[in-house]
Design a protein around this ligand. Sequence first.
Ligand code: HEC
Ligand code: HEC
Ligand code: HEC
Ligand code: HEC
Ligand code: HEC
Ligand code: HEC
Length: 421
Amino acid sequence: MISCILRAKTKFLIAFLFALTASFGVSTSGYAQGASLPVDDAGIVSAGESLYKNNCVVCHSVGSDVVVGPGLKGVNERRAQPWLVSWIKNSQALIQSGDKDAIAVYNQFNKQAMPSFAFSDDEVKAILTYIKSAEAAAAEAPAAGAVDAAPGKNVGTDAIGAIGGYLDIILVVLIIVLIVLVVTLLLISSLLKNYLNKNKELDEYDAEVVNQRFDFSKVYKSKAVRTLVVLIFVIVLLDLALGKVMGIGIQEGYAPTQPIAFSHKLHAGEHQIDCNYCHTTVYESKSASIPSANICMNCHSQIKTESPEIQKIYKALERNKPIEWVRIHNLPDLAYFNHSQHTQVGGIECQTCHGPIQEMEVVYQYSPLTMGWCIDCHRETPLNTEGNAYYDNLVKLHEESSKGAFTVTSNGGAECSKCHY
Ligand code: HEC
Ligand code: HEC
Ligand code: HEC
Ligand code: HEC
Ligand code: HEC
Ligand code: HEC
């Protein structure tokens, strides 16, 4: 009998749970479209990513920021998939067909026409899958990105900075303790004084001592007070000196404020603009060059024209004056360094010497740029002599006389005259 009731109850429970999930199914049907995208298929996601980066990134972000067009975060939930497919293939056709949503976004973005794309349905779906997976990734790891971007690579100065910070705290605590001590002592002494004065049996000498005026000169002369003052003075000096040391001679991590809040993280990172789009001579000549305002205008005659930071570019052009970027990397005149020798001939990545520039909001000096740093790399890096007849004899000679690899140093990369005029 009891088991029968139990079974009936279980059945009811199952039916109830089923109804519950079913009703959830209805209420979340808007999400079902997004969920049907194969976000777990790495192949499709990466195909979508490259299509997206080649075609869409200039005008869209996968977050909620407006670039030229709207941020695409949540677009899979906002719009039905067939709508997205026809929009991306030919937005103008969809607008002309009288679709209300299409006309609404078009008007909202001042009737800027989005270009048409001759993609297959699968290609569009791959892009949508990438957008979906990118927003999930962004939701998971914003904090990690923020830490990466911090220009605090220099452990040495950080440690000194931390000591400086502790000294400041110690000073403040010392001063607070002193004040509390003085106040309590004054309170106690006035209490005692009151108490003793009420005591009629005080003799004349005691009464005089109790009512004595406070004598400051005694405080100056006290040894304890003098030591304390000297101690505080020394700590203050030490604190100041540490602050100075941090600024002198340590160039690594140098990140001056620039006249325009230009971000490599945004341009070279998120928007994947090539380094040599702006640093035009980096593969051909000694210097990498800093872009002129005209290069910025290739995009910013259209993009973010209202931003006060972008207005600064227009002002520089109006006044016909270059933007005064603060130079970060700077070897002394006695040393010779050539970019094309390292990037074009040597095939070294910018990041090997400049660090993760594409993640820097503000550029900082990543490497020490000392003579030891240059020579260390020359000692360790094998020369790429493959297919270069010029090196054939040299390499042969080298192999006869030594066992190590044919490095930059083997070719004279440590001779003073190579780097010094
Ligand atoms: C030249 C700039 C440009 C490019 C490139 C571009 N778009 Fe757009 N996109 C826009 C603009 C502007 C809008 C807003 C509607 C309008 O004005 O036509 C838009 C709207 C959209 C919308 C509608 C968003 C919504 O909230 O309804 C989607 C989806 C979209 N774009 C996807 C893409 C995809 C995917 C690509 C790459 C294959 C792409 N766009 C490339 C400019 C661009
Ligand atoms: C859209 C243009 C643009 C792109 C793309 C770009 N940069 Fe820059 N870069 C600048 C500007 C402008 C400055 C000067 C302002 C500053 O320091 O932020 C600069 C400064 C630098 C500096 C510091 C120069 C100095 O003063 O010593 C380095 C190093 C650098 N870029 C490397 C790179 C690398 C590496 C890439 C590619 C990953 C890259 N840049 C991509 C525009 C660009
Ligand atoms: C190839 C295109 C391109 C070039 C070249 C370019 N930018 Fe940009 N820039 C962008 C895009 C895209 C954004 C992002 C706009 C957004 O977030 O809405 C942007 C954003 C900015 C912003 C942020 C504006 C704001 O208020 O959010 C600044 C500042 C900026 N760029 C400065 C520069 C400078 C200075 C140069 C020249 C050295 C330059 N850009 C060259 C494409 C470009
Ligand atoms: C082997 C190390 C190394 C590599 C690789 C390298 N740089 Fe540099 N870069 C330097 C040094 C050293 C300086 C300082 C040069 C000076 O002061 O004369 C510098 C300076 C710069 C500057 C400041 C302007 C100038 O020309 O002095 C820019 C911009 C720059 N580099 C961009 C790049 C870009 C972009 C790449 C990759 C295409 C790159 N660098 C690759 C070492 C390197
Ligand atoms: C990350 C490694 C690396 C660093 C750091 C580096 N170099 Fe080099 N350097 C190379 C390589 C590799 C070559 C050989 C390129 C080639 O010819 O194939 C080279 C070649 C040279 C040459 C030409 C040597 C010759 O035999 O003609 C000079 C000069 C030079 N570097 C100067 C410097 C200076 C100055 C610095 C420091 C400011 C420096 N390099 C930092 C890797 C580096
Ligand atoms: C691979 C490149 C390279 C070679 C080879 C090289 N130097 Fe240097 N040297 C530099 C660089 C870069 C600096 C600037 C370092 C700095 O500012 O800290 C420098 C700085 C110096 C300085 C000035 C130091 C100072 O504190 O201002 C002297 C002196 C010097 N080098 C002597 C030599 C002599 C002697 C040789 C040959 C045995 C030599 N260098 C070989 C790259 C080189």
